[in-house]
Design a protein around this ligand. Structure first.
Ligand SMILES: Nc1ncnc2c1ncn2[C@@H]1O[C@H](COP(=O)(O)OP(=O)(O)O)[C@@H](O)[C@H]1O
Ligand SMILES: [Mg+2]
Length: 441
């Protein structure tokens, strides 16, 4: 993509309403545009990152055995009356009336709808386990939408729903999602720690929030340093095997949000291991048993022929929140530092003398070679000052900058800068290409 043709509305200064660094940087880098309080348009650069995050989530859900569906954003109020949540949900639900005076709503979540789908088709334990997910926009009329896409009113969520014949098998479904989540966040360059969370009236231990540490986080969290250093399960993990040992290697260590914090247990940790921090909730997994299947009549016959309400869990990932969360975890004074796996482009190619035939030709050759090798390149072909070019590239945070100017070309060299470390190397064109295309990702 040529920068001269790319819709990248960079702002010199962050609008005053932006309070936290990710919101400021997303506005300055032209990633999003606020349309109403807590409602955003995604501009080209922002959408690319959003899609990459969605793709990683999707791959790891599929790997863990979940199947993708797509449910609508608009739901019928009657469905929610069946579970009793239509009145209980309160003002966070955006209620709509259609032309026939039918009551509708913009879905804040999909437990009711997925339960309706399930009960329409599935009758027997033989069709289980089942886990269905979608990546869809939600609307929650938050009292205080803030921090940009971090706490929006309209936001993109991955929500999965598992169905099992009993609680024991539901635990296996839960463990699969637990492991899938560890892998998902790690692939985005994040350390997300599973922390015990409220289970409500269900009780038990099957509710975890996945939290990344950041000073601007909305929750107060406590954990042991050891969890921050834990390696995550590999790509070869067998999701049909018993995942209890993996899950317990995490859950046996101390990590809790404010509501679940146990001061005595925390104090028992060695002092140098105690981490007290702010955290951002980027995911939440939850077993809720027959809470919806019972009132909504979603039953399956067991091997004994007796019909019983199906056991369910739900598993959310804040896809749009993650864009901001990753920036909170990875930036410096000059701008965003995208981890390779979610970067909107792999390489920023900077032409220091646009219009100079020799430099233009060298850039065109590098652009073609990188593109042919499968790299996504943003080519700054605009005739502006070098300082402004560097500032823009640092702001938008592409992993690599390949800098090409007449001076270097006279010596047969180009410059390669790694955004994360600031490290610069002067190389031949061939060496630069070899280095960029050899990268595993
Ligand atoms: N208002 C919001 N804006 C952006 N992301 C959100 C918002 N509310 C929830 N999320 C994301 O969706 C995930 C699943 O939501 P859920 O646990 O149902 O929300 P909550 O914790 O607010 O009850 C959360 O972990 C979070 O990452
Ligand atoms: Mg939650």
């Amino acid at each position: 993509m040529r920068l001269s043709r790319y819709f990248l509305p960079i702002l010199k200064e962050a609008p005053r309403e932006a309070e936290i660094v990710s919101h400021k940087l997303m506005l300055r880098a032209g990633m999003i545009r606020q349309q109403s309080a807590g409602i955003y348009s995604w501009l080209p650069l922002g959408l690319k990152v959003l899609d990459k995050i969605g793709d990683i989530v999707r791959e790891e859900q599929n790997r863990a055995g979940a199947q993708e569906v797509l449910m609508p954003t608009i739901q019928s109020a009657d469905l929610w009356r069946e579970s009793g949540r239509y009145d209980a949900y309160g003002k966070e639900m955006l209620r709509i009336t259609d032309r026939h005076e039918r009551e509708m709503l913009y879905g804040p979540t999909n437990e009711e709808m997925i339960t309706e789908i399930f009960r329409s088709y599935v009758r027997s334990y033989r069709d289980l386990p089942l886990n269905l997910y979608h990546i869809q926009w939600k609307f929650r009329d938050e009292v205080r939408p803030r921090f940009g896409v971090m706490r929006g009113r309209e936001f993109l969520m991955k929500d999965a729903y598992s169905f099992d014949v009993d609680q024991e098998r539901a635990r296996h479904a839960y463990n699969r999602m637990f492991v899938a989540y560890l892998r998902t966040y790690a692939r985005m360059g994040l350390k997300a720690i599973p922390m015990r969370a409220d289970t409500g009236p269900i009780g038990g231990d099957m509710s975890h929030e996945f939290i990344i540490l950041a000073s601007t986080g909305e929750s107060q969290v406590y954990c042991t340093q050891d969890l921050l250093d834990m390696p995550v399960p590999g790509v070869d993990t067998d999701f049909d095997a018993d995942l209890t040992p993996i899950v317990e290697s995490f859950t046996s260590q101390y990590a809790a949000t404010e509501e679940k914090h146990d001061e005595a247990a925390f104090a028992a940790l060695p002092e140098d291991k105690r981490v007290t921090a702010r955290g951002i909730e980027v995911g939440h997994i939850f077993y809720f048993g027959t809470k919806y299947s019972e009132p909504m009549g979603a039953k399956v016959a067991g091997p004994d022929g007796v019909e019983r309400p199906v056991h369910m869990g739900s598993y959310g990932v804040g896809v749009s929140r993650l864009v901001a969360g990753i920036i909170e975890a990875s930036h410096d004074a000059a701008g965003i530092i995208w981890p390779d796996a979610v970067a909107p482009f792999d390489v920023g190619l900077i032409n220091l003398k646009a219009g100079d035939a020799n430099t233009d030709a060298a850039c065109a050759g590098l652009y073609a070679a990188l593109t042919a090798a499968g790299k996504d390149v943003l080519y700054d072909d605009v005739d502006t000052r070098a300082g402004a070019k560097f500032a823009t590239m640092d702001l938008i945070g592409l992993p690599w900058q390949l800098i090409v100017g007449p001076k270097g070309l006279a010596d047969g060299t180009v410059e390669l800068k790694r955004r994360a470390t600031g490290e610069r190397q002067v190389l031949s064109r061939e060496a630069a290409l070899a280095l960029l295309t050899a990268k595993a990702n």
